[in-house]
Design a protein around this ligand. Structure first.
Ligand code: 6PG
Length: 478
């Protein structure tokens, strides 16, 4: 019983997390289903800190100080359940199992409830930052009980990224709250990546710029409001040359985006909760469209564009417009993502501090960005803020972008360039701020064909029209 903490699953994320813990002075037990991997990690990194390799799950558990903390870093789904079952056999009341993989929060809730029955703590912790982050400081989003955080939190806070001396880790909320927040983080990541790609595509196709020149634009944008990890790496990637052909690297990559499912989870969950995450949804569908080669081929063979083929007179102005369209669409995606977290917290009874979520995303994670400070400030000003865009700072920011945003969306539509997140975010913006929506007509239609009833603007109550009879309006409720 010597190790402070253990990690089972020695693929790259697990071994990097173990190394990060060891480098920070913790005694780390390591384990993997196949022993060879544990040995390789031990041999390669034993000089970085104190590792305690174990061959069996039983030895692994027994090497941990009580209350024990065992991190699982294996494939989501069945493999995670299998490892939990094995670990829990050897554990004692009060011990803690931590799943640092990208698990679906409903699975985490199920596992937490099951382990609670056995007197064990189960923590679903979102970990963002990829391999690099796991090794040098990720953003960590742990759920689970407060007691488990008391034991685990100080270690996680130490190994997480830090911004202005503040760790990018905090207790998110009970049971699946951590994985829920990580899921929304990934959804926002999808939207963020897609808006960057839409700006890139318009520079490439509408302005005819090459990847290198577009990379320069992103490098420039990274000095302003858009400063973020994703903009930074976009500039680097665009300026990179393919070693085989000497061409721009991006031009030799097959244009079919993959997805492991966290974006889809964010959208599915939002549909269940009734939260309009239009930006994330369009970004997820954009990947689906790109990935369906057969469908695209069929469409290319028949569907004609009939575009206006307009020339862009002022190139610099258009690039400036693109920056604003990107920024405004990004603000919409974040506002929607935070709304999903708020709705999730309300539904599952999690005490999530929204401003703290923005704070722990300032460093370590994939969506780290300067402007997250502004989100924290907005929730500090008004903790029960209904809509992030309605915060005075964000209202002012998005208002400044609107004319440029409209020009970009109009130009893209007229000239046949798909910009689904730019366009749908603008539609959301106009819908959410509209005085009156055509939903009134939808209600009338529903009442016509299904007697679904409607409410009036000038009175209380629920009404129905006898559409197939004498057209009388009757009040349905009392
Ligand atoms: C992170 C990333 C990480 C991973 C995603 C990518 O926060 O570090 O989000 O979790 O890169 O799983 O997801 P896709 O494969 O679906 O793009």
């Amino acid at each position: 019983n010597v190790a402070d903490i253990g990690v089972t699953g020695m693929a790259v994320m697990g071994s990097n997390l173990a190394r990060n813990l060891a480098r920070n002075g913790f005694k780390v037990a390591i384990h993997n289903r196949s022993v060879a991997k544990t040995e390789t990690v031990y041999e390669n990194y034993k000089d970085e800190g104190e590792f305690f390799p174990s061959e069996s799950t039983e030895d692994f558990v027994n090497s941990l100080q009580k209350p024990r903390v065992a991190i699982i870093m294996v494939k989501a789904g069945g493999p995670t359940d299998a490892v939990i079952d094995e670990l829990s056999q050897y554990m004692d009341e009060g011990d803690i199992i931590v799943d640092c993989g990208n698990a679906l929060f409903t699975d985490t809730r199920r596992r937490e409830h099951a382990l609670r029955e056995k007197g064990l703590h189960f923590v679903g912790a979102g970990v963002s930052g990829g391999e690099e982050g796991a090794l040098n400081g990720p953003s960590i989003m742990p759920g689970g009980t407060v007691e488990s955080y008391d034991r685990l939190g100080p270690m996680f806070e130490k190994i997480s990224a830090h911004v202005d001396g503040v760790p990018c880790c905090t207790h998110v909320g009970a049971d699946g709250a951590g994985h829920f927040v990580k899921m929304v983080h990934n959804g926002i990541e999808y939207a963020d990546m897609q808006v960057i790609s839409e700006a890139y595509d318009l520079m490439k196709r509408a302005l005819g710029m090459d990847a290198d020149a577009i990379g320069d634009v992103f490098a420039e944008w990274n000095k302003g409001d858009l400063e973020s990890f994703l903009i930074e790496i976009t500039a680097i990637v665009l300026k990179h040359k393919d070693s085989r052909t000497g061409q721009a690297f991006v031009d030799v990559i097959l244009d079919q985006a993959a997805q492991k499912g966290t974006g889809a989870w964010t959208v599915q969950t939002a549909l269940d909760l009734g939260v309009p995450v239009t930006g994330i949804a369009e970004a997820t569908f954009a990947r689906s469209i790109s990935g369906d080669a057969a469908e695209r081929e069929a469409a290319r063979a028949t569907l004609k564009g009939e575009t206006l083929d307009e020339e862009i007179a002022d190139k610099a102005q258009f690039i400036d417009d693109l920056q604003k369209a990107l920024y405004a669409s990004k603000l919409v995606a974040y506002s929607q993502g935070f709304e999903e977290i708020a709705k999730g917290a309300e539904t599952y009874d999690w005490d999530i501090k929204l401003g703290d979520m923005a704070k722990i995303w300032r460093g370590g994670c994939i969506i780290r960005a300067k402007f997250l400070n502004r989100i924290t400030e907005a929730y500090d000003r008004e903790p029960s803020l209904k809509l992030l865009l309605a915060d005075p700072y964000f209202t002012e920011e998005i208002t400044k972008c609107v004319p440029a945003w409209r020009r970009v969306v109009a130009y893209a539509a007229a000239n046949g360039f798909p910009a689904p997140v730019f366009a749908s975010s603008l539609a959301y913006y106009d819908a959410v701020r509209a005085e009156r929506l055509p939903a009134a007509l939808v209600q009338a239609q529903r009442d016509y064909f299904g007697a679904h009833t409607y409410k009036r603007v000038d009175d209380e109550g629920t009404y129905h029209v006898e559409w197939s009879g004498d057209l009388t309006e009757t009040r349905q409720d009392g």
